[in-house]
Design a protein around this ligand. Sequence first.
Ligand code: ATP
Ligand code: LTN
Length: 326
Amino acid sequence: MKRILTGLQPSGELTIGSLIGGISQTIKYQDEYESFIFVPDLHAITVPQDAKLLHERIKKNVALYIASGVNPEKNTIYIQSDNLYHTNLAWILECNTYMGEASRMTQFKDKSSKFKNIPVGLFTYPILMASDILLYDADYVPVGIDQKQHVELARDIAIRFNGKYGDTFKIPEPLIPKTGAKIMDLQDPTKKMSKSETNPKGIIYLLDDEKTIRKKIMSAVTDSEAKVCYDPEKKPGISNLLTIYAYFKKVTIEESEKEFIGKNYGEFKTKVADIVVEELLKIQEKYNEIMKDNQIDIILNKGKEITTEIAKKKYEEVVKKIGLGR
Ligand code: ATP
Ligand code: LTN
C-alpha cells in the first residue's frame, strides 16, 4: 500500500489555508493509502516561539487534525520531537546536501529577510523536512504549492544518497491540491494566507468565531469591476473567495462561478461567509469534544511507538551504509 505523509508546523494557529492546502488531502486519501500526519514542532522553533503557547498548540493542532476529519483509526498521528531519529537522520542528510541547493529555497529567502540575526535552523529546515519524509519511505507528500520546492529537495537528496550508497530511500512525490494550492490573504490577495502573519484581518483561523469570520470575509479586498468570475491575475480577491467557497461547498470553481452570475459582491461574500461559518462551526464543535476527553495522549503514544520502530530501522540501515559507529 502506498504511504502518504504530511505535517503542519505549530508556529501559529491553523488557518483555512492549512486546512485546504495541507490537512484536506490527508483526509481525501486516508482510505486509499497508509497515512501519516504529524506535528513538526522542531520546525516551529526555526523562528522565535513563546514556549507556553507552542506547547499548548501542539496538542491543539492534533485535536484540530482530528476535528477536521483525520481519522485516528486510519492515520498514524505523532509529534516530531517524540522521535529522535528525525534529527539524527537530518544531520546525516545535511552532510549530503550542498550549500548551493539549500540556498535556492525561496521560503528561506522570504522568511530570513525578516531577521537581523538569522537562525541557522531556518536555513537547514528543509533538510529536517527531508528527514521527516525519507525516514518513512513516503510515496506522497500532500502540501500547498509553497512547500513543493522543499519536497523536491528531499527527492534530490534521496536520489543522490541512493546513487552513492545503494538503494536506501523511496523517492517521494509532492501531492498538490488542484484547487486551493495557495489560499491568499483576504486583505492582500497577492500574498499567501500565512498563519505567522501578524495582521489577523486577512486570515481565517480554524477557531475563529462566527462574528469574526463574517467580518473578515465581508471586508475582504476585492476590485471595482462588480463581476464574480475566476481570474487570479486580474481579480485575485474574488478568485480567492471563489476558491474558498468551492472548497467548503464541495463544488468546482466553474460551478461556483455559475452560481454567482449577476450577483453583486455583497451577496457573494455573504454566501461565502455562510458556508465557511457552517463548516468551521462543525469542526469547532468536534474540536471542543476532543479537547475534553484524554484520547489525544493515547493516540500520540501509539503514534510514537509505531513511528519510532519504522524510523529506527531506516536510521540503522543508513548508519551501516555510511560506516558510522563501532
Ligand atoms: P506559515 O503560514 O506560518 O508560513 P506554513 O506555510 O509553513 O506556515 P503550515 O500550516 O505549516 O503553514 O503548512 C502546512 C501545510 O499547509 C503545508 O503543506 C502548506 O503548504 C499548506 N498551507 C499553508 N498555508 C497555505 C495556504 N495559504 N494555501 C494553501 N496551502 C497552505
Ligand atoms: N515545512 C512544512 C511542514 C513540514 C512538513 C514535513 C510537511 C515539516 N516536515 C514533512 C510535509 C512533510 C511547512 O512549513 N508547512
